[in-house]
Design a protein around this ligand. Structure first.
Ligand SMILES: *[C@@H]1O[C@H](CO)[C@@H](O)[C@H](O)[C@H]1NC(C)=O
Ligand SMILES: *[C@@H]1O[C@H](CO)[C@@H](O)[C@H](O)[C@H]1NC(C)=O
Ligand SMILES: *[C@@H]1O[C@H](CO)[C@@H](O)[C@H](O)[C@H]1NC(C)=O
Ligand SMILES: *[C@@H]1O[C@H](CO)[C@@H](O)[C@H](O)[C@H]1NC(C)=O
Ligand SMILES: *[C@@H]1O[C@H](CO)[C@@H](O)[C@H](O)[C@H]1NC(C)=O
Length: 245
């Protein structure tokens, strides 16, 4: 006799849970309009520095214009604001405008790669950046258990978040700026020894402020957490129904 209201309540609760779970996961796919490269980054909020470089060097609009005609597509590695903040101070400002273009183009591959493509790609992979001799700067990729690392020879980092992955465009977040090996070769031969330690401790305090912006990943893990919660509630509801009938 009392079982019907209980079942109804359980049913209502599970419906509520389903609707909130889906309402929160639904907005993930990109906008229905035309593909907007910088829009993908702007939407995220933690790529303001890279967006500024893309605008200053006009590489952003070049990619946007070429997206329409490309058959190969593009893969872009987007360093976060934290990645730029963690560079020794002055690293970017010391680059002339040609080097800035090279740096941005070094984060662009003239081909669409999924993460699993990158895991098995043959190294080195040509980037859009070229030196004065016309030789393309390369990146190396190593993969293991669906985990892909990218290396410039001087910087290595994990690729851990796909912001967009639909041909013709793949955009992956990276937590370090990929500095080309060629930049450090061209600079002074030896890294300055001790006097720099004071400077770097100063910039560490600067970057600790920006880490307050928080970790980037909970987005994906949060939704799987909700899905697990959903499964639990449904399982409980079914167990109750079975016990009551
Ligand atoms: C792409 O998005 C950016 C930032 O949201 C916006 O400023 C720009 O107008 C958009 N471009 C197109 C072609 O929609
Ligand atoms: C893409 O290119 C085609 C023809 O090349 C053109 O008709 C279309 O308007 C372009 N679309 C965009 C969004 O620029
Ligand atoms: C500290 O970070 C801000 C932006 O976050 C930047 O404008 C400033 O140049 C940085 N200062 C140093 C010493 O790195
Ligand atoms: C990627 O780099 C991390 C350290 O940053 C290392 O622990 C891991 O083994 C590397 N993975 C691959 C596939 O090279
Ligand atoms: C890539 O790896 C090859 C050897 O496998 C090495 O010679 C080359 O310097 C590496 N390039 C980069 C950019 O790491």
């Amino acid at each position: 006799m009392a079982s019907t209201p209980i079942l109804l309540t359980l049913y209502a609760l599970s419906q509520l849970f389903i609707s909130t779970a889906f309402a929160q996961t639904a907005p993930a796919p990109g906008p229905p309009g035309p593909l907007n490269f910088t829009g993908i980054l702007a939407k995220n909020g933690q790529f303001t520095y890279f967006l500024k470089l893309l605008a200053d060097t006009q590489v952003g609009s070049q990619i946007q214009n070429q997206l329409n005609g490309t058959t190969e597509g593009f893969t872009v590695f987007a360093p976060t604001d934290n990645a730029f903040n963690n560079l020794p101070s002055g690293t970017i400002n010391s680059l002339d405008s040609q080097k800035k273009v090279q740096l941005v183009l070094y984060h662009v591959l003239p081909k669409f790669y999924t993460l699993s493509d990158l895991q098995f790609v043959s190294n080195p992979v040509r980037t859009q950046a070229t030196g004065q001799d016309g030789e393309a700067f390369g990146l190396n990729f190593t993969g293991q258990n669906n985990q892909v690392n990218v290396s410039s020879g001087v910087v290595e980092t994990q690729i851990n978040n796909a912001l967009y992955q639909t041909k013709p465009l793949a955009v992956y977040q990276v937590d370090k700026v990929l500095l080309p090996e060629e930049f450090s070769k061209a600079k002074s031969p030896a890294v300055a020894p001790s006097p720099d330690t004071k400077k770097s401790s100063g910039s560490t305090s600067n970057s600790t402020q920006s880490t307050a912006d928080g970790p980037a990943s909970p987005d994906g893990s949060g939704s799987s957490g909700r899905n697990m919660g959903l499964g639990l509630v449904l399982g409980l509801a079914m167990a109750c129904m079975a016990a009551l009938s």
